[in-house]
Structure formats: structure tokens, C-alpha cells
Design a protein around this ligand. Structure first.
Ligand code: NAD
Ligand code: SER
Length: 319
């Protein structure tokens, strides 16, 4: 069993990905790495390492000395946070990627996973059923870093034979850990308010439709992509995944079916301008054809599982 390292393991995706990979590969074969000194409680069932992905030499030594063969690189600044500190976002989102791609190029790693995003699209992209290959002119630093990362992944795959795999995740919705500063975070926050019986003020307009996905589908997609045979992967930049598309008004109406007194109001902020540049919906035919992708969660199922499982104590615990 190849040893796996997940960098950025304490975040929204990492927390669930570590647990899923440990189930598949055994606790001791999956190392969680993140900035904090202490291992997050949810990840304490297996090895943890304090790691700053910007410390290139420390990352290299850890990977080489510990015989790590696969890396999932999740450490990044997301869209909203990145706009507040563009220079640092560019540094974090790009430097860690080169460190990991170089380790793979030198033969230390057999496989790399690096996530891209719907943020690679921009205001000139067709907004409905956005194709795999289309205009990509992102206007956020986050989107620019993801697009550049995609180009570098393809470059390392074509020129150095690096087995790097990637998904353009839609906005991800989960209840195990909180989201980390994205434009799609409202679609998680809304459940905490609904559960506590408070009104929800949405930072996007009511009719802003975006592609979203329940985390269980996203984790399954990630593992299916990483476990498929290399020859199935025809796209080495990043695969579109569609998920489910909805606006704040649509998800609020779905919540009201379970909680009739739930109320939403709208106060768009700077994140509206980011959302306005992203697609309404995505075409993921390539992922379906190449590695057999198929999503499971509908909007109705997503809302039910979130309403059943959101843990309101998380808000205080993670703050
Ligand atoms: P997150 O913000 O929840 O988690 C990121 C983690 O990285 C955090 O635990 C943070 O402590 C860690 N980190 C930050 N700087 C680090 C550093 N220098 N060294 C090591 N660790 C560091 O993010 P997430 O939502 O889990 O996203 C993970 C990846 O998936 C990112 O690349 C993001 O762009 C991408 N993505 C996420 C979504 C989404 O909706 N969550 C959608 C599209 C793409
Ligand atoms: N959910 C992410 C964000 O909003 C999309 O990459 O930043």
C-alpha cells in the first residue's frame, strides 16, 4: 500500500478526505498534514504532521524520508480570502504546487492530486452547461492561480510524465467541518442559521445560481479519479464536475419545506462580484466518459442530510 500525505488536511475537504482514505488504505498509510501544532481531533485516528507547504525543504524531507508516494495538495487560499491578500494567495496557491510537482518529476511520488475550481471560468465564459474546453479568463486572483496551476499540471504530465490528476470542484457543501473563505460558503452557512432558528442574511443575490456539490460526492469523485487507471485520464489539466446548480432562493425554498419558519434576506457584498463571473451550471461529460463519474446527491437529498447532520457547536469550536 503506497503511503499518502494530505497537505491542508484540517480544512473543509481534507477533514473528510483523510477519513475516507484511511478507511480505504488503512489509518497508518494516510498522513494528515496542516499548519497547526496539534492534530485536529477528527483526524487523531492516524498519523499527523505539522507542515507548512511553503517550507519547500521541510516538505521535501518529509516526503522523501517517510517514503510518501502520493500527495493530495489541498492547502490554498479560497476565492473570497484570496481577494483580500492577492500577493500571498498567489504565493501559497502556486509555490506548494511546484514543490509537489517537482517531487513527482524527480520520481519520489507516483501520483499527485491537486484541486482546481469553477473559478477558472470568468465573465467571458458561456454560463450554462459550461463545457470542459471553453474560454477561461478568470478575473479573481484565486481563479488566475487555479488556471495557472492547471496549465502547470498539464505541462508536468506531458513533459515529465508526472501522474497528476485534478477536478474543478464546484462549491462544496458539508457538515463535518466549516468552509474556509469561499464565495460558495453561504450554501453551508445557511444550514447553521436554519438549525438554530435564526434568519439568514445571504451575501449573494437571490437569483445567483452556482454549481454546487455535496461533500460525499466530491470525496467519492476524488478517490475514483485517483484510483482509476492512468490511461483512462485523458485530461491532465482538470476535469469539470457538474454537481447540482441552484441559487440562494432555490435552496432556501428547499429548506423551508423542512422548516417552514425559516427566513432569508439578501445583502450582497464583494462576493457577489466574484459569483457574477462564475458559471450557472457545468457540463461534465468528459469525466463521465473518461473515468465513469456519476453524481448521487440531488438538491433535495443534500438539504435533508445537511438539516439532519449540521452540528451547531462546530461554529464555536472552529472559531
Ligand atoms: P480550507 O480553507 O477549508 O482548508 C485549507 C487547509 O489548508 C486549512 O486547513 C489550512 O490550515 C491549510 N493550509 C493553509 N495554508 C497552509 C500552508 N502554508 N501549509 C499547510 N497547510 C496550509 O479549503 P478547502 O475548502 O478544504 O479546499 C481545499 C482545496 O480545494 C483548495 O485548493 C481549494 O481551492 C479547493 N477547492 C475547494 C472548494 C470548496 O468549495 N471547498 C471548491 C473548489 C476548489
Ligand atoms: N468554493 C470555492 C470558493 O468559493 C470555489 O472554488 O472559493
Amino acid at each position: 500500500m503506497e503511503k499518502v500525505l494530505i497537505i491542508g488536511a484540517g480544512g473543509q475537504i481534507g477533514t473528510e478526505l483523510v477519513l475516507a482514505l484511511r478507511k480505504l488504505k488503512g489509518n497508518n498509510n494516510v498522513v494528515a498534514g496542516d499548519l497547526s501544532d496539534k492534530c485536529p481531533d477528527k483526524l487523531s485516528g492516524g498519523p499527523y504532521v505539522k507542515m507548512d507547504v511553503l517550507d519547500r525543504e521541510a516538505v521535501r524531507s518529509y516526503v522523501i524520508d517517510n517514503g510518501i508516494k502520493q500527495v493530495y495538495l489541498l492547502a490554498a487560499l479560497l476565492s473570497a480570502t484570496a481577494e483580500k491578500n492577492p500577493a500571498f494567495a498567489w504565493k501559497l496557491n502556486m509555490e506548494g504546487l511546484f514543490t509537489i510537482l517537482d517531487l513527482a518529476k524527480e520520481g519520489y511520488l507516483s501520483k499527485v492530486f491537486w484541486p482546481s475550481s469553477i473559478a477558472v471560468f470568468g465573465p467571458t465564459t458561456p454560463v450554462d452547461k459550461t463545457p470542459q474546453l471553453t474560454i477561461t479568463e478568470p478575473t479573481t486572483v484565486y481563479g488566475i492561480s487555479k488556471l495557472a496551476g492547471e496549465r502547470w499540471c498539464e505541462y508536468y504530465a506531458k513533459n515529465y510524465g508526472v501522474d497528476v490528476r485534478s477536478i474543478r470542484y464546484p462549491g462544496l457543501i458539508s457538515h463535518t467541518s466549516l468552509p474556509g473563505g469561499g464565495t460558495t460558503d453561504y450554501a453551508v452557512d445557511i444550514f447553521y442559521k436554519a438549525k438554530t432558528g435564526e434568519d439568514f442574511t445571504c451575501f449573494l443575490k437571490k437569483d445567483t445560481a452556482l454549481p454546487m456539490m455535496y461533500m460525499e460526492d466530491a470525496i467519492r469523485a476524488t478517490i475514483e479519479l485517483m484510483e482509476t487507471k492512468s490511461e483512462n485520464i485523458k485530461i491532465r489539466s482538470s476535469y469539470n464536475l457538474a454537481g447540482i446548480s441552484f441559487s440562494p432562493e432555490v435552496i432556501a425554498n428547499e429548506i423551508m419545506k423542512l422548516k417552514s419558519d425559516f427566513k432569508i434576506n439578501y445583502a450582497p457584498d464583494f462576493r457577489q462580484a466574484i459569483a457574477d463571473t462564475w458559471p450557472n451550471s457545468i457540463d461534465d461529460t468528459a469525466a463521465k466518459l473518461d473515468w465513469g463519474w456519476s453524481e448521487r446527491f440531488s438538491l433535495e437529498e443534500l438539504v435533508k442530510v445537511m438539516m439532519d447532520n449540521v452540528d451547531i457547536t462546530l461554529v464555536n469550536l472552529n472559531n
